[in-house]
Design a protein around this ligand. Structure first.
Ligand SMILES: [Zn+2]
Length: 449
């Protein structure tokens, strides 16, 4: 098997600015589409992604039982408005799809302001922003508007129209499988169910797409599964349909809110000490000293389902600002300006680094454990890198030789030695070439519970 090396996963050479702008362009292209947990907005989005990666689109019929849930009726919308008595659209879905409560049932009637008011939602603290609201599992209808628009509504007879449909159809999701040498998988999951919100859903989608493109060009030990799914019901549906093979997922990342300017955050898997937890913590720390690692908590995005006790998969979440903790969250202010090309680029770089470390992390045994092998005789002193870093490389070899007893992975050795993973991996490669290390096939943390 060919060892995947740093050279094959060029983390440092990634053109972050150029890729960041390409991802931002994708976010802008997808932004106007009215997505929901089902319907044509998701299909149109997946269709656009298919031009970039070889996604398979799966359609699961409404009514399909998925664990304790049921795939809902499919929702689609053509138009919606509130007209005043002069026939002017005072609220217009065509101007922003956030104006309609997502999953609103169809309605067409005339109402006075008093009857209309309970169906109107605004944000008094941010009078120019439109809130984002949903009503997936309770049949209802409503409009979201800026608080200034609400204050402008006078006593009148209003014509309210939501031209939507809620019918038997399908839940659509996208899946890309990249075969590796092993059937062990790395899962990358992004939600794809929010309408015009950029950081919340589209940033994760863009980074996942560009990560898939990077990985598809490289030799790989692991197989990779990318999911583009509606939040909650999508991961529940996928896990239900793939229950018997989900154990192949050895490591996973949910990507959510990875495009704003805040520092990186990694939320650990429920198990808390898995390889992905260690690798992601290392990768975000190397990228950004102000990054944060959070313990698992049972709220957030689809990691809730992957980490439900029956699956308990080693899946963590990469984010920047945490959902619900920043004012722009679930409002029209989460727009394309809120997402920064540079942040998208850095998030992609961290994902590539995570993958690069997972691909190269091995556990070895020293084939010459009775005292140190004679490195000089083998030409191993001053053999790796330039003179300036030769001391570091020699230290790396000594650490790898000493701790390669079948109990310490290269990742653990990097942590204990406080040397960079790349330096440790390079030293191990050299020692392996000289027959001083033998790989042992253990992935003790990958057990399916
Ligand atoms: Zn959200």
């Amino acid at each position: 098997m060919q060892m995947v090396t740093t050279e094959l996963l060029p983390v440092m050479e990634l053109e972050l600015d150029a890729l960041g702008h390409e991802m931002h362009t994708l976010v802008k292209e997808l932004y106007p589409i009215c997505r929901s947990i089902t319907g044509n907005g998701v299909r149109e989005t997946l269709d656009k992604l298919q031009r970039l990666i070889h996604l398979t689109v799966n359609e699961v019929p409404s009514g399909t039982r998925v664990f304790d849930w049921t795939v809902p009726l499919e929702w689609n919308i053509q138009d919606a408005y509130i007209k005043n008595s002069k026939g002017e659209r005072v609220i217009d879905f065509q101007k922003s799809n956030l104006h309609v409560v997502n999953y609103s049932v169809p309605v067409h009637k005339k109402l006075g302001l008093d009857e209309l008011a309970p169906h109107l939602f605004s944000l008094p603290d941010h009078p120019d922003w439109i809130p984002y609201r949903t009503s997936y599992y309770k049949q209802d209808w409503g409009f979201c508007l800026t608080h200034n628009q609400l204050l402008d509504l006078v006593e009148d007879e209003y014509e309210v129209c939501i031209e939507s449909s809620l019918e038997k159809g399908h839940l659509s999701y996208g899946e890309l499988y990249l075969q590796g040498e092993s059937t062990d998988e790395i899962l990358i999951s992004a939600h794809i169910c929010h309408p015009s919100l950029a950081n919340d859903n589209l940033s994760g989608v863009a980074v996942a797409v560009f990560l898939a493109r990077q990985i598809s060009r490289l030799p790989r030990r692991y197989s990779y599964r990318f999911l583009f799914i509606p939040g909650t019901i999508g991961s529940i549906t996928w896990l239900s349909l793939n229950q018997s093979t989900a154990h192949r997922i050895k490591h996973g990342l949910v990507l959510a809110g990875v495009g704003d300017a805040a520092p990186l955050t990694y939320k650990k898997s429920r198990r808390g000490n898995t390889e992905i937890d260690q690798v992601a913590a290392l990768a975000i720390h190397e990228a950004d000293q102000t990054s944060q690692v959070l313990d698992f908590y049972p709220y957030g995005y689809d990691e809730r389902q992957y980490c439900s006790p029956g699956f308990n998969l080693a899946v963590g979440r990469l984010s920047r600002s945490r959902h619900g903790t920043f004012p722009e969250y679930h409002t029209s202010a989460d727009n394309c300006d809120f997402v920064k090309p540079r942040s998208l680029g850095e998030s992609l770089s961290v994902c590539v680094k995570v993958v690069s470390i997972l691909e190269r992390n091995r556990t070895y045994v020293n084939t010459n454990p009775m005292c140190e092998p004679q490195l000089g005789e083998r030409g191993l002193y001053h053999s790796v890198g330039g003179a300036a870093d030769s001391k570091e490389n020699e230290m790396a070899m000594l650490w790898v030789l000493n701790l390669s007893d079948g109990q310490h992975s290269l990742l653990k050795i990097a942590e204990l030695s406080q040397l960079k993973f790349d330096v440790i991996a390079r030293a191990a490669n050299k020692l392996k070439e000289h027959g001083l290390l033998e790989e042992i096939p253990v992935t003790p943390q990958a057990t399916f519970v």
